[in-house]
Design a protein around this ligand. Structure first.
Ligand SMILES: NC(=O)c1ccc[n+]([C@@H]2O[C@H](COP(=O)([O-])OP(=O)(O)OC[C@H]3O[C@@H](n4cnc5c(N)ncnc54)[C@H](O)[C@@H]3O)[C@@H](O)[C@H]2O)c1
Length: 323
């Protein structure tokens, strides 16, 4: 079995790769792994340091928007786990072009290459942000896509292309939509590592608006296990929400981060809200639980403490990225 992981040098993709190589997903024990990554600012080869010497891992530099490069790398692959994307909402507000070309066009290039090469299964890793914002209750997979940021709109476009390759061409596609992830190796522009690294440096943390925006926080290890379950046992053409972490407002998250680092409320600086800031996300993840036996395993308190410890102990990883 050969698994291609796009974006395998990023935060979540690299966690998936490290776990695959460690045989952490029973269905994929012994699999060979190919990483395809363009190594944008978010792709870090250091994220693969612990597995670089494995004879089962091959790392290929390449852009998913490049059909020739993609066709070379996809040849001989049984399964694609597609994580590569432009992912930071704030960047999509100041410049959306790369979000459209990578997330939409790049995904289409990969889908076509998978079809041409006869790849057995294509897992498209998406986000709960494609559903928009919800004041109460939780989105089932059947909820209409109502994305509000250029990032989520581009992800929604890629979800629909993935669906179309299944419906039109019969490509074996499974889509996952996960809530907000946290954990080690996350680029320090995202809220958890941004706040932790600021506090470790004695700097204030910028809290958007009234701090009332609510997100479901899930450890990256739980997300990746959900993706692996969808890859192994998901029904072709289906969408699976992945969630079940802890729902927190940004204000509550900030309080927990301050406590975990040992800093006071005086380290919080209120800043104007993000444009178009979605108020609340909440996925109904009962489908993946009932069909595939997924349940999150990592408690938030323990996971957050371990994440803070990782950033404390890996200043050499994040310090060059914060200048
Ligand atoms: N971070 C979250 O909370 C979250 C939640 C749900 C879903 N997701 C999805 O999970 C996936 C991974 O997210 P992440 O947080 O690890 O992102 P990330 O920004 O840390 O990593 C993205 C990776 O994709 C690579 N990449 C970007 N453009 C590329 C291109 N054109 N060609 C090849 N490689 C390219 C980057 O180099 C990087 O390694 C994304 O598809 C994202 O939408 C993320």
């Amino acid at each position: 079995m050969r698994v291609l992981v796009t974006g395998g040098a990023g935060f979540i993709g690299s966690h998936f790769v490290r776990t695959l190589i460690a045989d952490g997903y029973p269905a994929f024990t012994g699999a060979d792994v190919v990483v395809l990554d363009a190594f944008t600012y978010a792709g870090r080869i250091e994220n693969l340091d612990t597995v670089r010497d494995s004879p089962r891992l091959r790392v290929e530099r390449g852009d998913i928007r490049d059909p020739h490069r993609v066709a070379e790398v996809v040849s001989g692959v049984d399964l694609i786990a597609h994580f590569a994307a432009e992912t930071h909402v704030d960047r999509s507000i100041t410049g959306a072009a790369d979000f459209v070309t990578t997330n939409v066009v790049g995904t289409q290039v990969l889908l076509q290459a998978a079809l041409d090469a006869g790849v057995g299964r294509f897992v498209h890793v998406s986000t709960d942000e494609v559903y928009g914002s919800i004041d109460s209750g939780s989105w089932p997979e059947t909820h209409p896509l109502e994305p509000n940021s250029p990032y989520s709109a581009a992800k929604a476009g890629s979800d629909l292309l993935a669906r179309s390759y299944h419906r039109t061409h019969g490509l074996d596609v499974v889509v996952t939509r996960c809530s907000n992830n946290y954990g080690p190796h996350q680029f320090p522009e995202k809220v958890v590592p941004l706040f932790v690294t600021n506090l470790l440096d004695g700097k204030k943390v910028p809290l958007y608006g009234d701090g009332g925006n609510v997100r479901d926080w899930l450890h990256v290890d739980d997300h990746c296990r959900g993706v692996a379950l969808a890859a192994a046992k998901g029904r072709s053409g289906e969408v699976y929400n992945i969630g079940g972490g802890i729902e927190l407002s940004n204000r509550e998250l900030t309080t927990r981060l301050l406590a975990a680092v040992g800093a006071g409320e005086d380290m919080v600086e209120r800043v104007p809200d993000r444009k178009g800031h979605d108020r609340r996300y909440s996925v109904d993840w009962s489908k993946i639980r009932d069909e595939l036996g997924y349940v999150p395993r990592r408690g938030f308190g323990e996971g957050l403490a371990e994440t803070v410890t990782w950033y404390r102990e890996h200043r050499d990883w994040w310090e060059p990225l914060t200048v």
